[in-house]
Design a protein around this ligand. Structure first.
Ligand code: FAD
Ligand code: UDP
Length: 369
């Protein structure tokens, strides 16, 4: 049999595909990468607007506790010292996130950790009868009581997920850190930062040595693309790969409204969340602050949550019970086909942060190569 042109066809030039490609090329394999978008990088892609790297698909802050992953990405790009410390705007008042002493001080005028704990205890006591929280609202009320829930969680969460908090799984809110020091660092992880020069550099360096075809939808030319390589790594939606044979997985989508402003500093912080239900966007990003930019202009992005219908960008998997059962069927089908690998946020239907994505891609590469 004549040798095929490539060892791997990688569908998707996002972070998962790019890490796998790097490992494959370093192991002597030939890779062809296709992406239906007109650029590499998937959701971490940035557009350069006169020196400001605009995160086209939402704010991306790299943070991890995994030293192997941190060392790995640092091989390809240096990171700056950016520390994420978002603010939350509720009815014109600004509160620090994550929930910490600064937040409690602003909410209740308490000054010491003990005063804050007493206040939260008093707030939680009302919900002590909830033994095991059945939904996000119950989880939030038992964790932090009514004040924080009403001002900083309920509106943001309901617009983000497009449904009442009583119908959302409790685990979403366990992602919100909660602490009793005056520390606005959003993440508890040991390592964090933004690539110096932007995320595109990371992806470009990972993909070096691979052939890349943009504006190429795998499904439009499936047979011909399959014929080019011995094996396939697919990082798109797993339900689409199987022609939705068991039904459609649900996603949440987003709409981004980018705006260039001729002022040097619009909001004084990279990320400001808007927690009122009545304001249609969830956050406003001012990109230059990720890189401590000094340009005379600025670019902001309003992020609007959106329902997902086929053809939209599937940003977040909806990992509730119904969808996870459906995903398990696709996963079972996927493991039974030799020569086709699946990985990444869409193919694994998982709420992966970038470090999880890198770790998962390295694991797949290790098993495969
Ligand atoms: P993607 O980046 O989605 O890449 C998949 C690629 O496959 C896409 O380019 C797509 O066009 C392509 N593709 C799909 N189907 C086809 C097809 N049929 N044919 C050709 N190409 C196809 N993580 C953090 O660590 N920190 C953050 O602050 C953070 N913020 C986030 C904010 C938002 C709004 C979102 C949505 C995610 C955020 N993440 C963050 C998560 C991060 O984006 C992911 O971990 C990472 O981008 C996943 O990479 P991936 O390659 O799996 O998926
Ligand atoms: N959240 C909230 N208020 C905020 C920020 C976040 O209630 O000001 C909740 C919301 O339910 C959201 C979850 O916390 O879906 C996780 O938010 P985070 O910003 O950590 O994750 P991301 O949406 O960026 O993946």
């Amino acid at each position: 049999m004549p040798m095929k042109e490539y060892d791997y066809l990688v569908v998707g030039a996002g972070l998962f595909g790019a890490v796998f490609v790097r490992q494959a090329i370093d192991a002597g394999k030939r890779c062809l990468v296709v992406d239906r978008r007109n650029h590499i990088g998937g959701n971490i892609y940035c557009e350069d607007v006169d020196g400001i790297h605009v995160h086209q698909y939402g704010a991306h802050i790299f943070h991890t506790d995994n030293k192997e992953v941190w060392d790995y990405v640092n091989r390809f790009v240096a990171f700056n010292r950016y520390t994420n410390s978002p603010l939350a705007n509720y009815k014109g008042v600004l509160y620090n996130l994550p929930f910490n002493m600064n937040t409690f001080n602003k909410l209740w005028g308490v000054n010491t950790p003990q005063e804050a704990k007493d206040k939260i205890e008093e707030q939680r006591r009302e919900y002590a009868h909830i033994q095991s929280p059945a939904n996000l609202e119950e989880q939030a009320l038992t964790l932090c009581g009514n004040d924080i829930y009403q001002k900083l969680i309920k509106g943001y969460t309901e617009k983000q997920w497009g449904r009442p908090a009583t119908e959302l799984p409790a685990f979403i809110i366990r992602r919100l850190p909660f602490r009793f020091v005056y520390d606005n660092n959003y993440f508890n992880d040991e390592y964090q930062g933004i690539p110096k020069g932007g995320y595109n550099k990371l992806i470009e360096n990972l993909l070096e040595g691979a052939d890349v075809r943009l504006n190429t939808n795998y499904f439009s030319d499936r047979q011909a693309l399959n014929a080019l390589a011995d094996k396939i790594l697919f990082t798109g939606c797993i339900d689409e790969f199987y022609d939705f044979c068991f039904g459609h997985l649900e996603y949440r989508s987003l709409r981004f409204e980018h705006e260039r402003l001729e002022v040097d500093n619009y909001q004084g912080n990279a990320v400001i969340n808007y927690c009122e239900r009545e304001i249609p966007y969830t956050r406003v990003i001012e990109h230059k602050h990720f890189e401590l930019g000094k340009q005379p202009h600025t670019v902001i992005t309003r992020e609007y949550p959106a329902d997902f219908t086929l053809g939209d960008e599937p940003y977040y998997p909806v990992n509730d019970e119904k969808n996870m059962q459906l995903y398990e069927k696709y996963k079972e089908m996927a493991t039974s086909v030799p020569g086709i690998l699946f990985g990444g946020r869409l193919a694994q239907y998982a709420y992966f942060d970038m470090d999880d994505t890198v770790a998962a891609a390295l694991l797949l590469a290790q098993n495969e190569l």
